[in-house]
Design a protein around this ligand. Structure first.
Ligand SMILES: Nc1ncnc2c1ncn2[C@@H]1O[C@H](COP(=O)(O)OP(=O)(O)OP(=O)(O)O)[C@@H](O)[C@H]1O
Ligand SMILES: [Mg+2]
Length: 378
C-alpha cells in the first residue's frame, strides 16, 4: 500500500523548517554516480578570480544587496532563521521594507528567503549565475520570484519571495499537521505543470532540468511555484533535436535517456513531472533507500499498478484515507505512465499534460478559476 511513513529523513516538524531531503537525493550524487566524465570545474575556481560584475547579465528587476544588509535582514543568519538546507547552501528567513528593499525589524515589512551558498559547495558559482540569469528574466505566477542577489568577496547569496508553506516535499513526506487533500494535490500538479509549460513554450525554450518535490514551493494558498534554476538550460535551437550536456539532475527524477546519453530535451522534464505525479498519488519518495527491493524505486514499483484501475488503490497514499476521486486518480495515473514512457518521443508535451490535469479540477474550481494565464515572455 502507498504508506510511506517509514521514509528516512532529517524531517522537519513544520512546513517552513529545514528540508527533510535525504542524502540520496543530492544532485551531486547523481553526477558522481552516473557520469563517467571528468569532474566539473563549476564552483571549484576561486570566486574572487572571476569578475562577477562582468558575468551578471544586467537585469533591471533585481536588486544588488550588500552582505551586511542581508546579515541584518536575517538577524545575522541566526540558526532560528534557518528554513532549509540543500546542495547549494542554507536558506534563511528575513525581512525587508517592500518599497526601499532595505532590512527591517523582524516581523515587519516583506518576508524574504535568503539562500546562502556554502563556500565549499561544488554546485557553486556557476549555478548561482544561471539562476540569476533565468529568474532575472522569467516571470510567471508559477515561478518563484527572485528579488535580488549579493556577490561580495566570496559570498554568493540569492534573495527570493518567501514561500510560507515550504516545499511540496515537506508536505508529502514530512511531519505536517494536515496531509494534502486530493484537491490540493490536483491544484499543485496543475500549477507546477503551468510553470513547466511556460518554460517549454517560451520563444526561447528553457529546460528546467531539476523538477522535483523539493523545488516546488507553496505560497500561503498552496499555489505552487518552481524554484532553483541553477541547472536550467536553453532548449535546442534550429533543427537540433536536443542539447548535449553533462548529466546533472537528481536521482530518481532524471529521465533514463538523458542519464544514458547526456542528450537533454524538454521531454526530460516531462519524465520528471511523471515522477512527481507518482509522488502526489502515492505519498512515497522517488527513491527511498529505507525500503526493500523494488519499492526503493517508485517508478519501477508502481508501474504495474498504474495500468489497472482495480489495482491502483494499492499504491495510493494511505494518508488520503480513501478520500479521492477514483476516476481522477486513474486519469492522473495514466498520465503519469505516459510521462514515464521509456521512449522520450512517446511522452506528451507539457501543454497536453496540463490540459489533461485541468479536467481533474472540480467543476466548482473550474468556474471560479481566474482568467487566462498572465504569461510574461522574455
Ligand atoms: N523561497 C523560499 N521560501 C521558503 N522556503 C524556501 C524557499 N526556498 C527554499 N526554501 C526551503 O529551503 C529548502 C532547501 O532549498 P534548496 O533549494 O536549497 O534545496 P533543495 O531543493 O531541498 O535541494 P537541492 O539542493 O538538491 O535542490 C527547501 O526545501 C524549502 O523548504
Ligand atoms: Mg531546491
Amino acid at each position: 500500500m502507498g504508506n510511506c511513513l517509514d521514509a528516512p529523513a532529517k524531517v522537519n516538524t513544520s512546513a517552513t523548517s529545514a528540508s527533510g531531503a535525504p542524502e540520496n537525493f543530492s544532485k551531486i550524487s547523481l553526477f558522481l554516480a552516473l557520469s563517467s566524465l571528468t569532474l566539473p570545474s563549476r564552483g571549484s575556481s576561486s570566486l574572487q578570480d572571476s569578475r562577477v560584475e562582468d558575468e551578471i547579465l544586467p537585469s533591471p528587476n533585481l536588486k544588488s544587496f550588500s552582505f551586511s544588509e542581508l546579515k541584518s535582514a536575517t538577524r545575522n543568519f541566526r540558526p532560528d532563521s534557518l528554513v532549509g538546507e540543500g546542495g547549494f547552501g542554507y536558506v534563511f528567513k528575513g525581512w525587508i521594507n517592500e518599497n526601499t528593499l532595505t532590512a527591517t525589524k523582524p516581523g515587519s515589512g516583506m518576508v524574504i528567503a535568503v539562500k546562502k551558498l556554502k563556500q565549499e559547495s561544488l554546485q557553486g558559482h556557476k549555478e548561482w549565475l544561471t539562476e540569476l540569469d533565468y529568474l532575472g528574466r522569467l516571470h510567471h505566477p508559477n515561478l518563484v520570484r527572485l528579488i535580488g542577489y549579493c556577490a561580495e568577496g566570496e559570498n554568493r547569496l540569492l534573495v527570493y519571495e518567501f514561500m510560507p508553506r515550504g516545499s511540496l516535499e515537506n508536505h508529502l513526506f514530512g511531519r505536517v499537521p494536515q496531509p494534502l487533500s486530493w484537491a490540493m494535490r490536483v491544484k499543485i500538479a496543475i500549477g507546477a505543470a503551468r510553470g513547466l509549460c511556460f518554460l517549454h513554450d517560451a520563444k526561447a525554450q528553457v529546460i528546467y532540468r531539476d523538477f522535483k518535490a523539493s523545488n516546488i514551493l507553496l505560497d500561503a494558498d498552496f499555489n505552487p511555484k518552481l524554484s532553483d534554476f541553477g541547472l536550467a538550460k536553453a532548449g535546442p535551437t534550429g533543427d537540433r533535436s536536443h542539447v548535449s550536456t553533462q548529466v546533472m539532475g537528481t536521482q530518481g527524477y532524471a529521465a533514463p535517456e538523458y542519464i544514458a546519453t547526456g542528450r537533454l530535451t524538454a521531454k526530460s522534464d516531462v519524465y520528471s513531472f511523471g515522477v512527481v505525479l507518482l509522488e502526489l498519488l502515492s505519498g512515497c519518495r522517488a527513491v527511498d533507500k529505507g525500503k526493500i527491493g523494488v519499492q526503493q524505486n517508485l517508478v519501477e514499483w508502481t508501474k504495474p499498478y498504474l495500468k489497472e484501475r482495480r489495482k491502483l488503490f494499492r499504491i495510493m497514499d494511505t494518508k488520503l484515507e480513501g478520500q479521492y476521486s477514483q476516476k481522477g486518480a486513474y486519469t492522473a495515473a495514466s498520465l503519469a505512465l505516459q510521462c514515464l514512457s521509456k521512449e522520450a518521443k512517446a511522452r506528451p508535451p507539457m501543454s497536453e499534460v496540463l490540459k489533461a490535469l485541468e479536467q481533474l479540477e472540480t467543476p466548482h474550481k473550474k468556474a471560479i478559476r481566474s482568467s487566462p494565464l498572465e504569461h510574461e515572455r522574455f
